[in-house]
Design a protein around this ligand. Sequence first.
Ligand SMILES: NC(=O)c1ccc[n+]([C@@H]2O[C@H](COP(=O)([O-])OP(=O)(O)OC[C@H]3O[C@@H](n4cnc5c(N)ncnc54)[C@H](OP(=O)(O)O)[C@@H]3O)[C@@H](O)[C@H]2O)c1
Length: 292
Amino acid sequence: MKNTASSLDNKKKFLILGCGFSGSFFAKAIRKFGCTALTTSRSENSDPNNYVFNSEKGIVPNDKIFDGVTHILSCIPPDKNGKDPVLGSLQNKIKSLSIEWAGYLSTTGVYGNKDGDWVSEIDKPNPFQKRSHNRLNCEKEWIKSGLPVQIFRLPGIYGPGRSTFEAIRNQKIRVISKKDQVFSRIHVADITNAIIYLLKNKDSLKFHQIINIADDEPCPQIEVIQYCYNKLGLKMPKPILFEEAQKELSPIALSFWMENRRVSNKLLCEILGYKLIYKNYKLGLKDCLLNF
Ligand SMILES: NC(=O)c1ccc[n+]([C@@H]2O[C@H](COP(=O)([O-])OP(=O)(O)OC[C@H]3O[C@@H](n4cnc5c(N)ncnc54)[C@H](OP(=O)(O)O)[C@@H]3O)[C@@H](O)[C@H]2O)c1
C-alpha cells in the first residue's frame, strides 16, 4: 500500500448494508483499523453490531444505527423488481446524514458479452442479461442520488469458505469445457483491501466514480477446477462439452456461459497504484485451502 497520510482514522463510522460474504469480510477488516462498523442482514443474529434490514418485508433498521455514520458500503443486489433496496428504503435517511463516502458493490455483468476481449471502465456498459440491466439501473440510481458514491464493479467473488474447493466437496461442480471461454474473478480480501487502500489515499488519488476490482489473470473455469482437484489429490471427472452440458444447465447457470470477457484492473492497479494480494486464482486458492 502507498504510504501517504492515512485518512482512515478511528473516528470513521461505517454502516455496511448487506453483511453477506463481502460485507462481513469488510466489516472485520475495518474494525481492525479501530473504526466502528455496524452491519445489516435480513434476519436477526447474535451479533450486537448487526441490525435487521429487509427491504422486501419493509423492515428498516432502527434510527440509532445511523447516528454519526460517515461511510456507507452497500453490498445488496437489486430486489426482485430490479430496484436498489437501499435507495428505495433508506435514501432520505442517508441523505440527511453527513456522509463522506458511499461505496456500492456492483458487477462486471453490466459490460455484457465481449467475446473474450478486455473491458475497462471507459467501455460503455452493454448489459445482456435482465439482472445486469437492473444492476446498471441501480448504479445510475446511486449516481443520481447525489451521494458521494463510488461504484465497484466485481467479477466472480471467491474466498475462504466460498471457493471451488467447497464446490468440489459439496458435489456442486460440473466440469464443462467451452472453447475460448474465460471468466474473471476476485478474492474477497482484495475487494476489502482495495477499498481500504482507496479510502486511505483518498486525498492524494484522483477520484474515479467507477472502478473494476478484478485479478490479473482471467482464465477458463476448467483450469481453476483442475487446479483444485490437483491440490486435493483427487481425479477431476471427465469434462463435458458445453454444447452437451447446456441442455441440462439451469437458466441462471447457463446465463454465465453466455458472456465472455476479460475484466481489466488497469485503473485500480496501474493508475491508482493498488497492489493485489492475490494476483491470480492459484495464489488466491492457496489461501482458501488454508481454511478448507
Ligand atoms: N457473488 C459473486 O460472485 C458476485 C460477483 C459480482 C458481484 N456481486 C455482487 O456484489 C455484492 C456482494 O456480493 P456477495 O457475494 O458478498 O453478496 P452476499 O453474500 O449474497 O450478500 C448479500 C447481502 O445482501 C443482503 N440482502 C439481499 N437482499 C436484501 C434485501 N432485499 N434487503 C436487505 N438486505 C438484502 C443479504 O442479507 P442476508 O445476510 O440476510 O442474506 C446479504 O447480507 C452483491 O450485490 C452481489 O450481487 C457478487
